[in-house]
Ligand binder design. Structure first.
Ligand code: NAI
Ligand code: MG
Length: 352
């Protein structure tokens, strides 16, 4: 099994190194992995003049799975796309057609004290936001800023083809089938034609999954219910822009961005696994970033792309044990807990 390791920028390489440690620990008495590192993001632009060098892209395509850190920094975010570290990730997603973005959100009882929400609301939260990642208003044409009638007009186009909706709907039903068998499709069919089609196609696909309970919500209602009764959800399937917003909101249910893993998968089941957070330039280079999101992303990779559910479970159990023993990074620190840096947290998980 070959894993491409793309640490990227800021805290990306720091947290990815801890996930690599966890994978090595699993490999010590289990499946063997070959891991190859390559540059991406600002690091690649600075070294080679391209945030996504062809060599890196080909390595990613050849590998069985990709472990990714973060790309971009606030400085490079303002440059033209071809010089922007963060743009490398968009290019890689598009190039590998990684259309299905899974973001699990789960209550960690060991961490209940770190959340700002009420414990009884958070109890039993175990949901997945499935965000379509390669279509929608982020890519639809026409787009741009034009002058019309003497003033500037900004234009974007919400666009989905039937086949784009169908494939992400299938991914959603299949994910629900493997979990609590409930799929909630989120749209805005009351005002958007694109979303009328979305609801129709999801409903059609649903006839192939009689064992999965399908419901529909408008995105505004979904936002409210996610905060009010998050434990009611299983899998939420939605388009790119709604998924972007809802998944960040859902992320805060469990306390810190530093805890949340994600997977972006294509039709062949190949995937890019990364923490939900970015490069966090404000804390980079100080050994204080929480590596658990990256470590849990490696667990998702073992389960979803590499056929190693046992290895995935071992990593997840190790994370819970380390938290249960009272070890914390700064972002999830509580009274009476033991503070660890990035490296030390990575070592603790690998040891478990
Ligand atoms: P961010 O997720 O990097 O940071 C947001 C806040 O959360 C910061 O205060 C940061 O210190 C904290 N944080 C994030 N991860 C953490 C961790 N593991 N442990 C402890 N604290 C953590 O988002 P921000 O600040 O909006 O973006 C920073 C840069 O990252 C930007 O250049 C942005 O374009 C890029 N970015 C890249 C992403 C990716 O590669 N997938 C995703 C999001 C942002
Ligand atoms: Mg986002």
């Amino acid at each position: 099994m070959h894993i491409a390791v793309l640490g990227g920028d800021g805290i990306g390489p720091e947290v990815t190194a801890q996930a690599v440690k966890a994978l090595r620990a699993v490999a010590a008495n289990g499946p063997q992995f070959e891991m190859t590192e390559a540059k991406i993001g600002d690091a690649a632009f600075d070294a080679e003049g391209d945030p996504l060098p062809e060599r890196t892209a080909q390595l990613a395509e050849r590998a069985d799975a990709i472990l990714f850190g973060a790309a971009g920094t606030f400085d490079s975010d303002l440059r033209p796309p071809e010089q922007r570290g963060g743009h490398a990730l968009l290019r890689l997603r598009k190039r590998m057609d990684l259309f299905a973005n899974f973001r699990p959100v789960f209550a960690i009882p060991e961490l209940a004290g770190a959340s700002t929400l009420r414990r009884d609301v958070l109890k039993n939260v175990d949901l997945v936001v499935l965000r379509e990642l390669t279509g929608d208003i982020y890519f639809g044409q026409p787009r741009g800023i034009h002058v019309e009638g003497g003033e500037r007009v900004g234009i974007n186009t919400m666009r989905y083809t039937e086949s784009e909706i169908r494939r992400v709907a299938h991914a959603g039903f299949q994910a629900a089938r493997a979990r609590k068998k409930k799929l909630c499709s989120v749209d805005k069919a009351n005002v958007l034609e694109t979303m009328v089609l979305w609801r129709e196609v999801v409903t059609e696909v649903g006839r192939e999954y009689p064992d999965v309970e399908l419901s529909h919500l408008y995105v505004d209602a979904a936002a409210m219910l996610l905060i009010r009764k998050p434990a009611d959800f299983d899998v939420i399937v939605t388009g790119n822009i709604f998924g972007d917003i809802l998944s960040d909101a859902a992320a805060m249910l469990t306390g810190s961005l530093g805890m949340l893993p994600s997977a972006s998968i294509n039709a062949e089941g190949k995937g890019l696994y990364e923490p939900v957070h970015g490069s966090a330039p404000d804390i980079a280079g100080r050994d204080i970033a929480n590596p658990l999101a990256s470590i849990l992303s490696a667990a998702m990779m073992l389960r979803q792309s590499l056929g190693q559910p046992e290895g995935a479970a071992r990593i997840e159990r190790a994370v819970r044990r380390v938290l249960a023993e009272g070890y914390r990074t700064a972002d999830i620190m509580e009274d009476g807990a033991h503070l660890l840096g990035t490296e030390a947290m990575g070592d603790a998980v690998a040891k478990e």
